[in-house]
Structures are given as C-alpha cells and as structure tokens.
Write a protein that binds this ligand. Structure first.
Ligand SMILES: [Zn+2]
Length: 465
C-alpha cells in the first residue's frame, strides 16, 4: 500500500509539472520533486497522473442487452428491456465485473451502479454485485434500484383513464431489503457504499421517497435517482403533482448535498435554482440521452447557476458501452452547439474536474477524493502519454478529453491498491470474463417485445404523435 511515483507529469493551475507522488497507507502523503522512495518505486516518466474519475450513473446488468435494443424512446425502450431481462445472479456477477473493468480502463476508479434487482432474489443480487466490485477492486457505490409502481404508471395518462397493475412487492418489504443491504454491505471505509435509490418520480410514491429519506438520515446514506430524463416525465410530474418534479422533491425533502440525480434534461430555470440552493448534484449522461432521444441537458446553465455536475455512462443498453472518457468527451463538447456563448463552453481541464471532484462531491466525499491533494485517498490513474492516440505531444489533458484515447490507461489505484498494471487489470482474469460473456450469449438480430406492442399506441397518443 506504500509507493512512490517518480518523475510523473501532473497538472498545475494552468500548466504541468514533473514531480514525485508518495502514497502511504492508501493516502497521498506528499507531492514534490525529488522525494525519497517509500515502498515500491513507480516510473512515472512520460506519464500523466490524474485523480480517478467517477462513472456516476450506470446499471451494470444492462450489459447483457447492449447493441440489440430497438431504437426507441425511454418509456418504450424500458418495456423492451424488461421483457428480455432473464437475469440470474451469475449474469449479474459477470456484468458487474465487465462494468468495473471497462470503467477502470477508461479512467474511472469509482462506479455508481443503480442496480436492477432480480425479483425474489434482491439481497442476493446486491451481494453478487458487491462481490464482483470487491474482486476487481473498484470503489463501488451500489444503489439498488427500487420503485413501488408498475411500468405503465411511468407514462402520462393524458385524457385516458389508466389502470395500472399494483407493483409486485410491498413498499415495506422493499425498504426492509434496503435496510438489510445496508447492514450487510455498507462499508464505506472498505470501498463499498450502499445508496438509497428510488428510480424516480415516474415510478415511486411519496411514501417510498419518505422511507428512503428516513433510511438515508438514519444510516448517513447518499441518495440517487433519475430525474426528468424525458419530456414524458415532465408531463407526468404535472399530472401527478401539479408542479414540477423538482419543486415536489424539494417539498418532500429529498434534495440535498448527498443527493445525485441522473439526466436532469427537462428542468426549467426555477428548478435549476432549487438544485443550486439544495446543493444537489447532476449526473450528465449524454450518450444515453442521445441514444434514447431524451434531449440535451442544460449543463452549462447548471454550471453557471453553481450546480455540481459530473458524468455517467448510464447502463450499457442505452449507450452502448461503458467508456467513461467517451461520455466525458461528448458530454463536454455537446454544449458547444446548444449555447452560443463560447465563454461558458467546457474546457478539457474543467471536464477533468467535473469527472473527478464533481463525482466525489456528489457522493459526499469531496474532502476525501477527486483531486491530487495531500491527505486525500489515493484513487489515481496514470495515463501513458506514448500511446499512439495521445501523440504527437501537445496538451496531455486536451489529448485525453478531446481525442479518442485507446489503451491510454497504464496504471490505476483505488485507495492505494493497484488494480491496473501496464494497461492490464490484475485483480480479475479478464480473458476468463470474455469467455464467460461469450459463452452465455448468442448473436441475435430480431426480437419482438410484447409489452411495447401493448403500450405503444397509448404512448403515441399522449405524446401527440
Ligand atoms: Zn439510468
């Protein structure tokens, strides 16, 4: 757990410096040139050291359906997703491993897994994901995805009288599962945290939100939800509450500096002020928002209002990858077309700060993670600046964020423990993982979702299509 990186490039305020970085007991203990070697010496020559990024919103088990999901908007896409989710815990294990590996090899050292639970095997699902993340050694924020309304309730009713099936599990049972998961697995100091994670206003009652708030306060848990991902959800919030979803969430006390909210596409100016005032975090998932036609989140407005913003890949069925650097690139330059004032466009250095410190703040760990600072935990990534994709030599962070880096991650540490060496994951057998993913799947092109067929006409009517 002790090591010293010698002669490594680190960013300074507006340039770079070559220096040494010492890590003792998982903590960055010194950053200065010509330090004595403590523990293992790591050659940092021609390499760039950055704080690890956060993949601040994903759903690991969606990996099983990447590449095949129909080109549909969220509400219909979700129906198809759940029609073809024949999950078992072995698959949960493998896709969590895969999500961790892809995140680590694209600069992430933390993952927020908004984890879909297998009905009837909820605690086993959580245990399995925790086991996979601990094996790989990535810092894991496991956010079991819960709801208490069935899927059709997530679509606005419009003029029609809609009756929805009751959800199969009671709210009390759901909250009991989360509380038990906290007892068994919430070990922040060991790199595993459990979050309360009601999926969003579209499928959750106020009582469920209140239960989550209560657990969050009692056990000091962060809160994580989807928020106003689609136009349909904006309509639904008006139907349900007669006000915006953000106003409603503020009223019931869900927002705060431990709350991170994925997507945030359809917010108005008042909503943005509320997010800023409550110090909530926005998780920007640009690729998923493009893939599902959800819209472009007003990220530059958030930043100007002082809202903390970070990046997520979202699940691999709506992305269809877990390449964090890709999400950061698109999520940064996308706004050059939405906002005409280029003075607010996101620079590569700002992207890095959003991906690292922004992620840490959203999980209430801004004082422990997210920057190269003495005293912080050593979640670090070393990039190989001699990778072909990062040459010729210009601005290293510019190459990393604006380019298309391949095989650029040389080493990664989580809490001072090295999990990537020479571009290879050392903690889990990736060849075996590839073999298992191959063996448990097959080439496929044609599927028909029964549920999409049942609900599409109503969706088109309420959306005016
Ligand atoms: Zn999501």
């Amino acid at each position: 757990m002790h090591f010293t990186i010698k002669n490594v490039l680190i960013p300074t305020d507006d340039a770079y410096a070559t220096t040494d970085v010492q890590v003792v007991e998982g903590i960055i203990s010194a950053i200065a040139p010509d330090l004595d070697v403590v523990g293992t010496a790591i050659n940092g020559e021609h390499k760039l050291l950055l704080p690890g990024f956060f993949n601040a919103h994903t759903h690991s088990s969606e990996m099983w359906q990447r590449g095949i999901m129909s080109i549909l908007p969220l509400e219909l896409w979700l129906a198809e997703l759940y029609d073809f989710a024949p999950l078992d815990t072995e698959k949960v294990y493998l896709s969590a491993l895969g999500t961790a590996v892809e995140t680590l090899l694209s600069g992430g050292t933390s993952v927020v897994d908004h984890l879909v639970l297998i009905p009837g095997q909820e605690l086993e699902t959580i245990a399995t994901a925790v086991r996979a993340y601990q094996e790989v050694g990535i810092r894991a924020f496991v956010a079991p995805l819960i709801q208490d309304e069935s899927l059709t309730a997530g679509i606005p009713s419009g003029e029609s009288e809609q009756n929805h099936q009751p959800y199969f599990r009671s709210m009390a049972d759901t909250l009991a599962i989360i509380e038990e998961a906290v007892r068994q697995f919430h070990r922040p100091e060991e790199g595993v945290s459990i979050l309360v994670a009601p999926t969003g206003i579209q499928l959750c009652s106020d009582a469920l939100f209140s239960g989550c708030i209560e657990l969050s306060d009692r056990y000091n848990l962060c809160r994580h939800s989807h928020l106003l991902e689609t136009k349909a959800q904006e309509k639904l919030a008006q139907e349900k509450y007669g006000c915006s979803a953000v106003e409603h969430l503020k009223r019931i006390g869900y927002l705060g500096d431990r709350t991170s909210l994925a997507h945030c596409v359809w917010l108005n100016d008042t909503d943005i002020e509320i997010l800023a005032a409550t110090q909530s975090t926005v998780v920007h998932n640009p690729l998923s928002n493009l893939r599902l036609g959800s819209g472009i989140a007003p990220i530059l407005k958030y930043r100007q209002a002082g809202v903390n913003v970070t990046f997520g890949c979202d699940g691999a069925s709506s992305n269809d990858s877990q390449d964090l650097l890709e999400a950061i690139k698109i999520g940064s330059i996308l706004h050059n077309v939405t906002d005409i004032d280029y003075q607010y466009w996101i620079t590569p250095r700002q992207s890095v700060e959003m991906a690292a410190l922004g992620g840490a703040k959203g999980l209430n760990m801004g004082d422990k993670l997210g920057s190269l600072t003495v005293g912080k935990q050593a979640d670090l990534v070393l990039y190989n600046l001699t990778s072909l994709s990062l040459l010729p030599r210009t601005d290293p962070i510019g190459l990393l964020v604006l380019g298309r880096p391949t095989n650029a991650v040389d080493s990664a540490w989580v809490n001072g423990k090295q999990v990537v060496v020479d571009g290879k994951i050392t903690t889990t057998n990736v060849d075996e993982l590839r073999q298992e993913l191959f063996n448990r799947s097959q080439w496929d092109t044609q599927r028909k979702s029964q549920t999409v067929a049942e609900i599409e006409a109503h969706y088109r009517t309420v959306m005016g299509l």
